[in-house]
Design a binder for this molecule. Structure first.
Ligand SMILES: Nc1ncnc2c1ncn2[C@@H]1O[C@H](COP(=O)(O)OP(=O)(O)OP(=O)(O)O)[C@@H](O)[C@H]1O
Ligand SMILES: [Zn+2]
Ligand SMILES: [Zn+2]
Length: 802
């Protein structure tokens, strides 16, 4: 096996081609599938993944692999297979899929160093290399003639670790530990021999006679008020020894979580968990849809099912939406499983993410809780995969590879023969329809664990408010209720459903709206900097003093940003204290947690925020939830807009009255008769499902059909239309009867960053060869793409139609 098949990091003509490379002698023993390598490619050196080894190649004069980047393979065999499947399923390059599966630190070529991590005797060649040092740059190893297999063995035996240097910041942290080099009796003897005036030395020895456990040097110095040189003297006398211990940057202090025990399940929970536990016991794959109203105890079911898995020595992945990775959620998992949990989300630094990933790779934890990409956790003995809030859009990756975490979860669970649990109070239509057909097993929790009724929802027609002369954004009833709640010392959550809304600038004289010069979209006003910004291309300009069109000075900003609401709120209810949570106030690391903590400590009456406050929050003292504009999402050009509105309203209503105090919800809207708003206010998921399915059938949308969206973009308008037209024509000639090919249609935002965008939409029930046709298209246009700045993106299951 002297030849490696490598997927390289380059836009090849065929998107999934491997290249053959000769394995040089020094790597022969150690190189395995799943490792990253550096290879020559034309004049360049690039990275790639070894996906196979072979004896023969159809090519002659193969070039040699230059370097091996991993000593332990970055991807397991299972993940290599999975990545291949994702690439083929989403029509992406293999390399893109593989890179998406790894932490950021491993995606680039970083400088490395070798760290001597034990005092054990090293292989003499390595010992020579270290030459008494604790750390050596990796290049020194590369330039020395030490065989790779020797290093690999030292790493496997824990004698040496490899450290990646990220921008001069060490990715792994090491501390110096001290421990006795002799047993207690020998130490006592030595103690007698140390002269009395060497008081500190005697104290240190005494310390280790009493407790022989290793201790961090820093701590030892603190406890005994002594110096490193004193410790060194004892090391020189071979009474103590020192070693390096790797510590993980643990963003969560595991000791600070109060240990929780499994609760006695309610009858409903018991019924729901039983089939899951059966599958766990029998090592059988199945997909469960856990449909449970808010506060019905879904999380407790996850925890107890995971406990079963952990007891069997297996591993669990829990996916939660990024924004519900709140301290509250983390606390529940850490509280039950302590240090056995890795947590992965975007707020961690690259180094921290890498540490969490390595805990998984080294099998030091059995549970990972994380956002979408945690689905790629390199476990090799999975026992369950849980996806909480399965309806959330964040499970679909917006960028290449455009995978859906649910599909990946099911694929992995099939491989490991373990159950998948999809949980939600408002499952997607797709999942619920599958459950009804028996493809998924439906589990239902329709009561809250404390048997409290769901909070009353009152719908307020904002048109009537206007007619009654109320021009503020708060209806009279909402204002009254807020004041009453504050008076009772209770708290309020106010949701500004902001998607689709923004604070745009308009001239009151001529109606001119300031747009981005590069994108077909109004600029958004940012009060702090008094600037206008484009959210698509980051273009910014100062807020004009005069209208650029008619020079009137009546140019003002409109719309309802959270800032505006906050200002208006303090005018209408001056006594209210408000915590505002939106992208602006939560940008800094940790600020999200901080704001929630403050609210939890009752430092404010009102928590005002965007979608990010709708889920996961569980505050005892919240008795009133207000939704300021329930319908702002309804009018987006998206067939899921009703479903999203229903989900959001249900989630946010679930935040009120979860504990002793009962709660109520006020929903303000301009379309009070819309079924998604009406049915959400009655918590009638089933009715909503029926109604929405009818619409989907009438207009031929998922789950009745599958969608594929092809978007073409180019700076030249005519070119985009032409290419899209060709694509539509080509597909029309291929597809079966019953399949619809729509387009060319301008994308909802037709120009972004000076590029025009058109799309072609395919609706189909059964079109086995569609991927093949599209691959053919991509191949046909590949020259145009490489040379002429043309961009074609394909989404096999689009969630964002913009
Ligand atoms: N068997 C039980 N006995 C007593 N309390 C329980 C039980 N199960 C869950 N609870 C409590 O009920 C509350 C709601 O449960 P949990 O948060 O798990 O529900 P959920 O369905 O995940 O809610 P949501 O979807 O709204 O986040 C929590 O405070 C939880 O501790
Ligand atoms: Zn004007
Ligand atoms: Zn722009």
């Amino acid at each position: 096996m002297d030849i490696a098949k490598v997927i390289v990091d380059v836009q090849a003509k065929s998107i999934n081609q491997t290249f053959d490379y000769q394995i040089p002698e020094r790597f022969k023993e150690i190189l395995t599938v799943g490792m990253r390598v550096v290879v020559p490619f034309g004049p360049r050196k690039i990275t790639g993944f070894v996906v196979d080894k072979t004896d023969q190649s159809t090519f002659k004069n193969l070039k040699e692999i230059i370097d091996v980047l991993d000593i332990t393979p970055a991807l397991t065999k299972e993940l290599l297979e999975l990545g291949k499947w994702i690439a083929e399923d989403t029509l992406t390059m293999y390399i893109t899929a593989y890179q998406a599966m790894l932490p950021q630190v491993l995606k680039a070529k970083y400088n490395k160093e070798l760290i001597r991590s034990s005092e054990e005797e090293l292989d003499e060649r390595l010992d020579y290399l270290f030459a008494g040092r604790d750390v050596v740059p990796y290049e020194e190893f590369e330039n020395a003639s030490v065989p790779y297999s020797v290093l690999q063995k030292a790493i496997q035996d824990g004698e040496v670790t490899v450290n990646y240097l990220v921008k001069s910041r060490v990715t792994k942290k090491h501390i110096t530990m001290i421990r006795p080099a002799k047993d207690a009796i020998m130490l006592e003897e030595a103690y007698e021999e140390i002269p009395n005036q060497a008081k500190k030395q005697r104290e240190i020895i005494q310390y280790f006679i009493q407790q022989p456990e290793p201790v961090e040097q820093k701590k030892l110095l603190e406890i005994l008020h002594t110096t490193p040189s004193t410790v060194k003297q004892l090391i020189d006398k071979s009474l103590l020894e020192t070693f390096k211990k790797e510590i993980y940057r643990n963003p969560y202090n595991d000791d600070s979580f109060e240990k929780t025990e499994a609760l006695n399940l309610t009858d409903q929970q018991e019924t729901a968990i039983q089939p899951i536990n059966e599958r766990i016991a029998e090592n059988q794959h199945d997909v469960f849809l856990l449909h449970g109203v808010t506060g019905s105890g879904k999380t407790e079911i996850y925890l107890q099912a995971i406990q079963e898995v952990v007891n069997k020595g297996k591993e669990a992945i829990v996916l939660v939406p990024e924004i519900s990775l709140t301290p509250q959620m983390v606390k529940r998992f850490k509280g039950r499983f302590g240090a056995n949990v890795a947590v992965m989300h975007s707020a961690l630094s690259n180094g921290e993410k890498y540490d969490e990933w390595r805990k998984i790779q080294r099998k030091e934890v059995q549970v990972v809780v994380g956002a979408r990409s945690a689905i790629f956790a390199p476990f090799e003995n999975l026992g369950i995969i849980i996806i909480d809030e399965e309806h959330e859009n964040t499970y679909k990756q917006d960028d290449q590879p455009r995978y859906h975490a649910r599909d990946v979860a099911i694929r992995r669970a099939e491989y490991y023969q373990c159950p998948v649990v999809l949980g939600s109070a408002t499952p997607t239509l797709e999942s619920f329809a599958r459950a009804k057909k028996g493809v998924y097993q439906l589990l239902t929790l329709d009561k809250r664990t404390n048997n409290k009724a769901m909070p009353e929802v009152e719908i307020v027609d904002m048109r009537k408010e206007l007619h009654a002369g109320n021009r503020t954004m708060f209806s009279r009833v909402l204002k009254d209720k807020i004041e009453q709640a504050i008076e009772r010392g209770e708290q309020i959550v106010l949701l500004l459903n902001r998607r689709g809304y923004s604070t745009f600038v308009m001239c009151r004289d001529c109606g001119h709206v300031t747009e981005c010069p590069h994108c077909d979209i109004a600029l958004t006003y940012h009060k702090n900097s008094n600037q206008l910004k484009c959210h698509y291309c980051s273009y910014e300009e100062n807020m004009p003093l005069l209208c650029p069109s008619c020079e009137s000075d009546l140019i003002r900003y409109f719309g309802t940003g959270t800032q505006r609401v906050e200002e208006a709120l303090t005018q209408v209810i001056p006594q209210a204290t408000v915590i505002r949570m939106d992208v602006d106030t939560t940008r800094r690391k940790g600020s999200h947690e901080k704001l929630l903590k403050q609210f939890g400590e009752k430092k404010a009456d009102i928590l005002l925020g965007t979608q990010m406050i709708a889920k996961g929050l569980d505050f005892e003292n919240v008795t009133l939830v207000g939704v300021l504009t329930a319908d702002s999402m309804l009018h987006l050009p998206d067939f899921r807009s009703s479903e999203k509105t229903f989900q959001l309203l249900t989630q946010v209503s679930g935040r009120a009255g979860r504990h002793e105090l009962s709660g109520e919800v006020i929903v303000q809207t301009y379309t009070p008769d819309h079924y998604s708003i009406e049915l959400a206010s009655q918590y009638d998921y089933h009715q909503f499902f029926q109604q929405e399915m009818k619409m989907r059938r009438a207009f031929q949308y998922p789950p009745y059909v599958f969608l594929t969206l092809i978007t073409v973009s180019h700076p030249n308008h005519v070119k985009v239309v032409q290419v899209t037209q060709k694509i539509v024509q080509f597909l029309l000639n291929q597809v079966q009867e019953g399949t619809t090919v729509l387009g060319p249609t301008p994308s909802p935002i037709t120009r972004v960053k000076d590029r025009y965008r058109y799309q072609c939409m395919v609706k189909y029930k059964n079109e086995e060869k569609l991927r093949m046709y599209i691959k053919q298209l991509l191949d046909d246009f590949s020259d145009d793409v490489r040379k002429n700045n043309l961009l074609i993106t394909v989404d096999m299951e689009p969630y964002h139609l913009m």
